[in-house]
Design a protein around this ligand. Structure first.
Ligand SMILES: Cc1cc2nc3c(=O)[nH]c(=O)nc-3n(C[C@H](O)[C@H](O)[C@H](O)COP(=O)(O)O)c2cc1C
Length: 186
């Protein structure tokens, strides 16, 4: 409950970030998420340092001239960028939307585990998902879909995430009710 209620998206992240090994360990745990058919229809590409610069340069090349410096800088917002690539099995009895739901569940579980370990993260989509040059750099295949990336690191102390106030969800829930249960059978 504490991890769920205290996790926030962290915009500014610095070192340390988890090592590749620690990331993979946490991912292994996050992969315990529900996954119809145990298909694991996802893969991750990790970028740090010069790899982030290379991504920034590719994204900037696709941007308007006036935006290029900001876009290139944006790729370096965090010491680790974990790109999530959705690789659904096509023509499978598990429909694609269920596979997408499984991939999203892993990403959220991973964010919670990162948070529980003291790391901050933020799921970003935007320009990365639209850039053909980024797809090329990351080796995203034609049947695959870029779901964005988790920016990962440690929260900058200047950013004090506020604990979320949990909104009411009662209007999103209703009992089916006895009338429907006793109604005529078609
Ligand atoms: C699939 C997905 C994509 C997102 N993409 C972006 C993004 O491109 N830019 C951004 O600022 N936030 C992005 N977010 C983060 C949301 O803005 C953030 O979760 C939301 O503001 C709630 O904040 P919280 O995570 O601190 O509760 C994304 C979140 C999800 C789940």
């Amino acid at each position: 409950m504490t991890a769920v209620l205290t996790r926030r998206s962290i915009h500014t992240l610095r070192d340390p970030a988890p090592s590749d090994r620690e990331f993979t360990y946490l991912l292994k745990c996050a992969a315990a998420a529900p996954d119809h058919g145990r298909l694991r229809p996802w893969r991750w590409v990790l970028l740090r340092d010069a790899e982030l610069e290379a991504l920034g340069a590719r994204l900037a090349a696709d941007a308007e001239p006036g935006e290029r410096a900001r876009v290139a800088q944006g790729a370096r917002r965090a010491p680790l960028k974990a790109v999530l690539i959705f690789c659904p099995l096509t023509d499978h009895k598990v429909p694609e939307w269920e596979q997408l739901a499984a991939a999203s569940s892993v990403a959220y579980g991973l964010m919670l585990l990162l948070h529980a370990r003291g790391f901050g993260s933020m799921w970003r989509t935007g320009r990365l998902c639209r850039s053909p040059a980024a797809r090329d750099l990351l080796g995203v295949g034609p049947a695959e879909r870029l779901l964005g990336a988790l920016d990962i690191g440690t929260s900058d102390s200047s950013e004090r995430p506020v604990r979320r106030s949990v909104g009411d969800v009662a209007d999103r829930v209703r009992r089916l009710g006895p009338l429907a249960v006793t109604g005529p059978v078609a």
